[in-house]
Design a protein around this ligand. Sequence first.
Ligand code: SF4
Length: 216
Amino acid sequence: MRFESVKQLRRTILPRVAAAHADLDARMVAVPSVCGAGCDACCYQMVSTHTWEEELIGGYIEGTMHAGTRVQVRRQLVAWWRHLKSILRPVSKANPLTLADVQMLTQYMIDNRVMCPFLVDHQCSIYPVRPAMCRAHVVAADPGRCTTEPGRVGEPIGGRNMLDTFGAESPHMPYEMYPHAYKPLAFAMTGALGVPAPSTPMMAITLGDIMPARPD
Ligand code: SF4
């Protein structure tokens, strides 16, 4: 399927991704969890977002997020990129980050407890539209371990629920309609926040000729 405009793209995929989120949330309600409001222990790492969620989160940032919050998130995202540049080899559009670079970066963010740029005053600034990865991450016991074990893995059922609602067999997201891929959230939202990004990793892999690309 080819979209003529971002408006048409959003009109088509937003209801579907919202339905996938609702489905995932309903499944997660049944998962035993000790996670509670006010805990941000798992927000000190790099999370990724599904291609279909990009439009939802981007639209929320542009149209719903409080202007003051947007300024703060943008500031945090700029600082996040500065941090990233200080630890990585030079990258450019012609010489982008590879999957291996991103995996190394992911581990670095965990080891050094680098804060997600969307966390503001210990709360998620995009909570209603937060990525499936965040929705599916819960722990069933010992919440204190989350502060002493950076990158603590969540309950496996969360991953399975995510696959059911966002994976290849998802009833909400037909493969032929739009690309399925994951990108780091901080990379995906540079456009919505007007932050220049020197690299868009994995774009070449995920938005190849066989899939419809996002319209300019
Ligand atoms: S998107 Fe929100 S919930 Fe997910 S890691 Fe960032 S601040 Fe935390």
